[in-house]
Design a protein around this ligand. Structure first.
Ligand SMILES: Cc1cc2nc3c(=O)[nH]c(=O)nc-3n(C[C@H](O)[C@H](O)[C@H](O)COP(=O)(O)OP(=O)(O)OC[C@H]3O[C@@H](n4cnc5c(N)ncnc54)[C@H](O)[C@@H]3O)c2cc1C
Length: 582
């Protein structure tokens, strides 16, 4: 079955937690159409020449802490704000894969520029793309495509960061309008935007529900705070945005009243490939810089590229970059193919790509030695710029909890059914025994590794046989571990963060491994000339991920969690480190 024909409600990771390998979700590795590739090549080349001309300015603008208006105008003229807007409204109509690849190109030059474009397309106007009605699209798409309107996403507040549901910005209905009151914090593009997707509590419909509004700067009562002085992304605009009795016409409600939290989460999920693409682009740049630096710099009579420890770093960067691009591409492919349930996979792509970039920049800086620490070279700026990626659009810690808890969702509801069947066993014995037998049979099959349909790969090249087998073994172990953890903790799992984090680590490794296999499989099928090199990447990734996965499975029962908790309590009690040699 082709990916386009497969069931669009299936999630690879939720299924994996139940022991099912949905290979049609993963294979073939997504590609763009020839037309899209040609358009993208043209756009990438043009982006390179426009941004390349500013290579020295980016450092200056980082120091000054803002972009000149003329540069933002240049981005507008280029069409950089219209990447994902449908062609009918003046945009380029890029799908997620092409968009993510275009942001790679931008991030090679400057992260602040990538974030300015990304905050507009990935989150600021993404709600319109996902939920806008015809009237809203017609009113705003053309201006958003040209950059006449730049978009911002307003969710975070002083008291509501990770706990986005606790926002206090409110909107109440008054005649045909809604009246908005509240304060938003750290809004990217705040200082240059005139289109805001704003989330506010509305007490209509569901109690405590939230609604999304499309707010424009011509509505009276909006005030923008000063430009924040930041560690990184210094030229990108970050400000507070306050709403003081702002009257928003009912026609500007985005999606349904009371459904704003879902709207916000869908926007963040759908936009993740932008940040992923930016991370991959920056990794490619670091690999270029580090290979050049290691070839030019000689110590102890030889270029440092000849030393094992330098080669080891470069080799790992290559594996990380290939894997990050694989996972971001698979997720972008799911979005483009119309899959509905990719939230867990998108969260994994964000966590993996942003952490792979952090490792790559750190090692690139190390290869550059003292030069890496000097502002004259780009490493320190890239290090500062990419640190925020692990914090915004959902911290990687919260996303790990999300990955584990949402991944286990399917198993949890199966177990819930099972428990209710157990209770009703005596009132409806025939039905009850049937369900219990099905469940017991499935688990017996999983435990033995029997070739039950859906638990093995059937479409991977035979060249990947050993990888497929190792992955299938880990999948069986994942399913039985999830089952065991849920039986042990039940609903209490929500508060068991050590256990959830461990499961998330296993799930991240498994999904990225699956994406790398999918990518290498496509290379084998296409007869790529460098397939041996790509197989090496898979061998390294699978060897390391497999080791981490085995360790994490072992630690489910044999760990030092209680020691760590006690040490943390000790530090909290004292409010400081408890020892000194003085
Ligand atoms: C440069 C920049 C740009 C931004 N752009 C935007 C934007 O355009 N729009 C927007 O709406 N927001 C934006 N943000 C806000 C950003 O999304 C938040 O900073 C982020 O969601 C984290 O919230 P917080 O900073 O309040 O941290 P907190 O939520 O206070 O978290 C602090 C720490 O506690 C941890 N933590 C919190 N709760 C838990 C828990 N239950 N279990 C375990 N650990 C927990 C977190 O992981 C984190 O490590 C931006 C922020 C920055 C710095």
């Amino acid at each position: 079955m082709a990916k386009s024909d497969s069931d669009k409600s299936v999630s690879f990771m939720r299924s994996l937690c139940m022991g099912q390998i949905e290979e049609d979700v993963l294979l073939p590795f997504p590609t763009m159409s020839d037309d899209e590739k040609e358009l993208l090549r043209g756009v990438s080349d043009a982006l390179s020449s426009m941004l390349g001309a500013h290579a020295h300015d980016f450092r200056k603008w980082d120091r000054e802490g803002h972009f000149p208006e003329s540069f933002i105008d240049e981005l507008k003229e280029f069409g950089a704000f219209g990447l994902v807007i449908p062609e009918a409204y003046g945009g380029l109509g890029f799908g997620s894969m092409a968009y993510s690849r275009a942001l790679q190109e931008v991030a090679k030059y400057d992260a602040s520029t990538a974030v300015t474009i990304g905050a507009h397309s990935s989150i600021g106007m993404r709600g319109l793309l996902l939920f806008g009605n015809e009237d809203q699209n017609a009113r705003y798409y053309p201006k958003l495509a040209t950059g006449e309107m730049i978009a911002a996403f307003c969710l975070t507040e002083p008291g509501a960061g990770s706990d986005a549901a606790s926002i206090t910005t409110k909107a109440h209905r008054d005649g045909d309008d809604w009246v908005l009151e509240g304060n938003k914090l750290w809004i990217t593009n705040g200082g240059i935007a005139s289109f805001f997707t704003v989330f506010a509590k509305t007490d209509e419909g569901r109690k405590g529900g939230m609604t999304a509004f499309l707010v424009t700067s011509d509505m009276a009562g909006i005030s923008i705070g000063p430009h924040e002085d930041k560690m990184g992304l210094r030229a990108s605009s970050t400000t507070t945005v306050a709403f003081d009795g702002v009257r928003v016409p009912a026609a500007n409600v985005l999606g349904e009243v009371g459904q704003g939290f879902k709207v916000a989460m869908k926007i963040l999920n759908s936009g993740r490939t932008g940040l992923g693409g930016g991370s991959v682009g920056a990794m490619k740049k670091i690999i270029e810089l580090a290979t050049a630096q290691a070839s030019e710099r000689a110590q102890f009579g030889k270029p440092i590229r000849e030393y094992g420890l330098v080669r080891r770093k470069i080799g790992h960067m290559v594996v990380d970059c290939y894997a990050a691009e694989a996972v971001v591409s698979v997720v972008a492919g799911l979005v483009d193919a119309g899959f509905e349930d990719y939230a867990v996979e998108a969260a994994i792509s964000k966590v993996y790509a942003t952490e792979a970039l952090w490792r790559t920049v750190d090692e690139g800086l190390q290869i550059a030695g003292g030069n890496g620490f000097m502002c004259e070279f780009p490493y320190e700026r890239m290090l500062r710029d990419c640190r925020i990626n692990r914090i915004f659009e959902g911290t990687n810690d919260i996303l790990r909890l999300f990955i584990a808890l949402n991944g286990m969702d399917g198993v949890a509801s199966q177990l819930k059914d099972l428990m209710s069947v157990r209770k009703s066993l005596f009132s409806a014995p025939i039905k009850g025994f049937g369900v219990l037998q099905d469940y017991a049979a499935k688990h017996a099959q999983l435990a033995t590794g029997a070739r039950v349909q859906g638990t093995h790969f059937t479409k991977l090249s035979p060249q990947l046989g050993k990888h497929a087998e190792a992955f299938e073994q880990s999948t069986r172990e994942l399913a039985s571990s999830v089952d065991r953890i849920l039986r042990k903790h039940g609903q209490e799992i929500i508060g068991k963060q050590f256990a959830s984090n461990r499961l998330a680590e296993i799930m991240i490794d498994l999904f990225v491994w699956a994406c790398v296999m999918s990518r290498v499989n496509s290379a084998i099928e296409a007869g790529a000339a460098d397939v041996e090199t790509q197989l090496r990447i898979l061998d390294v990734f699978a060897g390391r991920a497999g080791g981490r996965i085995r360790t994490n499975f072992r630690k489910i029962d044999d760990n030092d969690d209680e020691h760590i908790k006690a040490l943390s309590d000790h530090a909290f009690e004292l409010g400081k480190f408890g020892w000194d040699t003085l």
